[in-house]
Design a protein around this ligand. Structure first.
Ligand code: PEP
Ligand code: MG
Length: 560
C-alpha cells in the first residue's frame, strides 16, 4: 500500500477502482467557410442545453456558477463568430477568443480571478468537444477519478456516471470545482502531487476527504476499516440533518448562534434550508464581483432589503466592501502594489474612495429604515481613527441610523489586538476574521502554496489571540463571533465555544454539522479544553487534544 497526501477539499470516504483521465488532446480538424458559423452555433446550442440541464438539477450554489458560465458562453460565441466573419476557422476562432481572455486574466495574478480562468478553460473544452462531437470518456459506476486537473463540467458529467471520489494533482480549496464537489457530497482531494503517474487504471483507491490521504492498493484490513468509517459517516450525516432545525445549545445549556457566511442570494437560500440563525458575514464584494458595473445605492439597497426580509427577525451582518488583496474589482481603479495584502484593502480602500463608501452606507441606511435586522461591519480595520472616520460618515448620512444600526469591526489585523480596550468602547460587536488574522499573525500570504505549511489557524498563537479578544468583549458585554474558516472546522468548535464565542458564522452547508457538535458537548468541559490547548506548542498538538475530547462526546468513530 502507498499513501500520498493532498489537500482535503470535500469530506467523505470514497473507495473504488481508479480511472486515470488523460488530458484532452486537441487534434481537432479545422472547420472552415460557411460550415464554421453553423458548427459554432450548433456547439453553442449543445453547450447551453447541457448547462441548462445541470442548472435545473443541481443545488443553488452549483447552478449559480453554471449560470455565470452560460453568460460567458454567449459572449465568447459572439466574438468567435466575428472572427469567423474575418475568415478564421471555427476551432481557431474559439481558441483565439478564449486564449486572449485567459492571458489577460492570468496577468492579474489574483487567485480570485484565477477562478474565472479555470471557468474559461472549462468552457473552451466543452465548446470544442461539442464542435467536434467528441464525447467525454465513460467511467464505471463507483470509480475514483484520478486526474491532473478537473473542470466543473467534467465533474458534473462524472457525477452523473456515479463516481465515488476524485483525486487531482492541481486545484485549491476555494476553487469553483471544489465548491461543487462539496455541494454534491463527492469526496475529493486536490494537490496530490504526481498522482496520475503513481496510480494505474484499475488500482484500488481510498479517498479520505477528511484527512487528505489517498491510499493506493490498500490491504484487506485497511479496506475493511475504511468501509466501516464510511458507514459511520453516512449515519452521522443523518444525525446532522436532525440537528439543523434545533438551536445550538450545549448539554449544559449554553446557546451559540450558528450563522452563515454568504456571498449571494443563492447562498442565503442554502443557509436557510440548513437552519441558519442569521447571516454572520455577507461578503458584499462577491455581489459586486458578479456584476459588470458598480450598483447604484438604490440597487444595492434593494438587494439588502430582499436578503433581510428573507431572514425575517434573524440578523443580516453586512460587511462593507473588502476589495484589494486578492479581490480586485475589475471595474474599479486599483493601484499596482508590491504587497496587495498589506496595501489598499478593505476599509483603507473605502476611506480613500469616499464616494464608494458613501454609496454603500446610503444603501445600508435605506435598507435598515425598512428592515430592523441589519448590522454593518468594517473589514481590515487597523486603527481607532478608521473606526471614528467610518462612524462619522454614517452619522453624516443619518444621525438616527448611527443609533439604530449595530456597528462592528472585523478583528483580523494584529494591531487591533493591542487596541481592544479602546476599540470595545466604539463598537456594538466584534467579528474575528481568522483567515486574515492567521495570515497577518504569521506573516504568511494566505494564497501562497510555498509557505502554506506555516499557515495554521488552529495554532495556539491564533487561539491565544481569540482568547484575548473574547475576554475584552466579555468585559464590555458585547457579542463576539468568528466568521473565518476556523468556525466551520469541527475540531475548532469546542475550543471556540470554551473560549466564550457567542456566534459561529460558517459556510451554509456546514451549519447542520456545527449545530450537532455544539448540541453534544458541555460548556464547562469545553472551557477546560480551551484553557489546556492554549498552553500547547503547535496546531498538531491542539488537534490531537481536541480529537480525544470529541471522541468522548461524539463517539469513537468521528472522521476528523
Ligand atoms: C477572514 O479574514 O477570516 C474573513 C472572514 O474574511 P475574508 O476571508 O473574506 O478575508
Ligand atoms: Mg478577511
Amino acid at each position: 500500500m502507498q499513501i500520498i497526501k493532498g489537500i482535503p477539499v470535500s469530506g467523505g470516504m470514497g473507495i473504488g477502482e481508479a480511472i486515470v483521465i488523460q488530458p484532452v488532446i486537441q487534434t481537432t480538424t479545422e472547420i472552415t467557410g460557411e460550415d464554421a458559423k453553423s458548427a459554432i452555433l450548433n456547439a453553442k446550442k449543445n453547450t447551453i442545453e447541457l448547462l441548462d440541464e445541470f442548472i435545473a438539477r443541481e443545488p443553488p450554489e452549483v447552478a449559480d456558477i453554471l449560470k455565470a458560465h452560460k453568460l460567458m458562453v454567449d459572449a465568447i460565441v459572439s466574438e468567435a463568430l466575428e472572427e469567423v466573419e474575418k475568415g478564421r476557422g471555427a476551432v481557431a476562432a474559439i481558441n483565439s477568443v478564449i486564449d486572449k481572455y485567459v492571458k489577460l486574466l492570468t496577468a492579474s495574478g489574483s487567485s480570485l480571478i484565477q477562478l474565472r480562468v479555470n471557468d474559461l478553460i472549462d468552457i473552451k473544452n466543452t465548446l470544442l468537444e461539442n464542435l467536434t462531437q467528441k464525447n467525454i470518456e465513460h467511467v464505471k459506476k463507483g470509480s475514483i477519478i484520478v486526474i491532473k486537473e478537473i473542470q466543473p463540467s467534467q465533474l458534473l458529467r462524472y457525477k452523473n456516471q456515479g463516481i465515488a471520489g476524485i483525486v487531482s494533482e492541481r486545484g485549491s480549496y476555494t476553487s469553483h470545482v471544489a465548491i461543487i464537489a462539496r455541494n454534491l457530497g463527492i469526496p475529493a482531494i486536490f494537490g496530490a502531487k504526481n498522482v496520475t503517474e503513481l496510480v494505474k487504471n484499475g488500482d484500488l483507491i481510498i479517498v479520505d476527504g477528511f484527512s487528505g490521504e489517498v491510499l493506493i492498493n490498500p490491504d484487506k484490513n485497511t479496506v475493511e476499516l475504511y468501509n466501516a468509517k464510511k458507514k459511520t459517516f453516512t449515519k452521522l450525516i443523518q444525525l446532522f440533518e436532525r440537528a439543523k432545525d434545533k438551536h445550538a445549545i450545549t448539554t449544559d445549556g449554553y446557546k451559540v448562534l450558528v450563522t452563515a457566511n454568504i456571498g449571494s442570494e443563492d447562498d442565503l437560500n442554502t443557509a436557510l434550508i440548513n437552519g441558519c440563525d442569521g447571516v454572520g458575514l455577507f461578503r458584499t464584494e462577491f455581489y459586486y464581483l458578479s456584476r459588470q458595473t458598480l450598483p447604484s445605492s438604490e440597487e444595492f439597497s434593494r438587494i439588502l432589503e430582499k436578503l433581510a426580509n428573507k431572514l425575517e427577525e434573524k440578523p443580516l451582518t453586512i460587511r462593507l466592501l473588502d476589495v484589494g488583496g486578492d479581490k480586485p474589482l475589475p471595474y474599479l481603479s486599483s493601484p499596482k502594489e508590491n504587497n496587495p495584502f498589506l496595501g489598499l484593502r478593505g476599509i483603507r480602500y473605502l476611506l480613500k474612495y469616499r464616494g464608494l463608501l458613501k454609496s454603500q452606507l446610503q444603501a445600508i441606511v435605506m435598507a435598515s429604515s425598512k428592515q430592523k435586522n441589519i448590522r454593518v461591519m468594517a473589514p481590515m480595520v487597523s486603527t481607532i481613527e478608521e473606526i471614528r472616520l467610518l462612524k462619522e460618515e454614517i452619522k453624516k448620512i443619518s444621525p438616527k441610523a448611527k443609533e439604530n444600526i449595530e456597528f462592528g469591526i472585523m478583528v483580523e489585523v494584529p494591531s487591533t489586538l493591542f487596541l481592544l480596550d479602546k476599540i470595545i468602547k466604539e463598537v456594538d460587536f466584534l467579528s474575528i476574521g481568522t483567515n486574515d488574522l492567521t495570515q497577518y499573525l504569521f506573516a504568511v500570504d494566505r494564497t501562497n502554496e510555498e509557505v502554506s505549511h506555516i499557515y495554521d489557524d488552529m495554532h495556539p498563537a491564533v487561539l491565544r489571540a481569540i482568547s484575548e479578544i473574547t475576554k475584552h468583549a466579555q468585559k464590555k458585554r458585547i457579542p463576539v463571533d468568528v466568521c473565518g474558516e476556523l468556525a466551520s472546522n469541527p475540531l475548532a468548535v469546542p475550543i471556540l465555544v470554551g473560549l466564550g464565542i457567542n456566534e459561529l458564522s460558517v459556510s451554509p452547508t456546514s451549519i447542520p454539522l456545527i449545530k450537532w457538535i455544539i448540541q453534544n458537548i458541555p460548556l464547562e468541559r469545553s472551557k477546560r479544553l480551551a484553557k489546556e490547548v492554549l498552553t500547547l506548542e503547535n496546531g498538531q498538538e491542539v488537534r490531537e487534544k481536541v480529537r480525544e475530547f470529541l471522541k468522548e462526546y461524539l463517539g469513537e468513530n468521528i472522521p476528523w
